[in-house]
Write a protein that binds this ligand. Structure first.
Ligand code: C2E
Ligand code: MG
Ligand code: MG
Ligand code: MG
Length: 289
């Protein structure tokens, strides 16, 4: 009897594994077509100056409008893109759209303070890509100033401790492009990365922001990150702000910038001019969802 049960369980497991593999293969196949059919596009989430409540820039976040599956989140397709090498094409596309779009918005709203655009980079792009020429070309063709393009990297990239990573980062800094450390405080988190690499901004991970109200510990972590950043002359962006109390707490601790559903979700490009328009009128950006 035990044998029978064990076997049944095995079959169930086997079947779901089979489905998983199948669905993954399908995704991989679809992803190749998706680029050609322009199903991959950036959404944009505002980054707000907590001191003024105004939008200072955006983060470009990749979306896949799949004809059958609907909106596929990046967590599901970026890893496949990285494994298949498609990430280079996807990144180029997102980067080019993002730079072009922010220049267009700036021209449409010339009185808005200079807007910046953050773009996420994959480790793969440092290892095998032609990242520096790509960035240079994209800045040239879009006309975006180097200081306005911000590149987001993660600690896992720095952990590799590779000469090529160090070289590319310092080349990018040499071009005057700000470098942001994304998801800070998650994973392997070593504070030493902050001064061993030419980084300009720390993005405090949403997990600390989410639990800010739950007790002293997260508060102290955020405070420590902020103090360290200040000592190293770096700015801080808090990610995942979902409530007014979180926003106020972070602002009181001296965090300069924030991003999160409290201000706005990532939005399609068509919706950004409306947000910028509201700012011109002196209204705040605290709405929508
Ligand atoms: P990330 O760079 O840390 O981006 C922030 C993520 O937090 C986004 O998820 C955003 O939608 C989400 N978020 C923002 N505010 C809130 C909030 O208040 N509450 C909650 N619950 N979530 C919030 P998304 O768009 O699903 O992206 C996930 C990750 O996928 C990104 O994390 C980034 O690591 C990666 N990614 C996205 N686009 C690209 C891309 O173009 N290239 C690469 N290499 N990675 C990308
Ligand atoms: Mg990011
Ligand atoms: Mg992040
Ligand atoms: Mg993340």
């Amino acid at each position: 009897r035990a044998k029978k049960l064990g076997r049944a369980r095995f079959e169930v497991f086997d079947k779901s594994l089979h489905l998983e593999v199948l669905s993954r293969l399908e995704l991989e196949y679809d992803l190749r077509l998706a680029m050609e059919q322009q199903q991959i596009l950036p959404f944009y989430q505002p980054i707000v100056d907590l001191r003024t409540g105004k939008i200072t820039g955006f983060e470009a976040l990749a979306r896949w409008k799949h004809p059958v599956r609907g909106m596929v989140p990046p967590a599901e397709f970026i890893p496949i893109a990285e494994e298949t090498g498609l990430i280079n094409d996807i990144s180029r596309h997102i980067l080019q759209c993002a730079c072009r779009d922010v220049v267009t918005w700036q021209q449409a709203f010339p009185h808005t303070p200079p807007l910046s655009m953050s773009v996420n980079l994959s480790t793969i792009q440092f290892l095998e890509g032609d990242l520096v020429p790509l960035i240079r070309e994209t800045l040239d063709s879009s006309g975006l100033e180097a200081q306005r393009l911000k590149l987001e990297i993660t600690e896992s990239l720095l952990m590799e401790e590779l000469d090529v990573v160090r070289l590319v980062l310092s080349e990018l800094r040499g071009m005057n492009i700000p470098l942001l450390l994304d998801d800070f405080g998650t994973g392997y988190s070593s504070l030493s990365y902050l001064h061993r690499f030419p980084l300009n901004v720390v993005k405090i991970d949403a997990s600390f922001v989410r639990n800010l109200h739950l007790g002293q510990e997260n508060l102290e972590i955020v405070r420590a990150i902020k103090m360290l950043a200040m000592a190293l002359n770096m700015e801080v962006i808090a990610e995942g702000i979902e409530s007014e109390i979180q926003m106020e707490t972070l602002k009181d601790m001296g965090c300069e910038f924030g991003q999160g559903f409290f201000f706005a979700k990532p939005l399609p490009r068509e919706e950004i001019p409306r947000l910028l328009e509201q700012q011109v009128d002196g209204k705040t950006s605290e709405q929508n969802g």
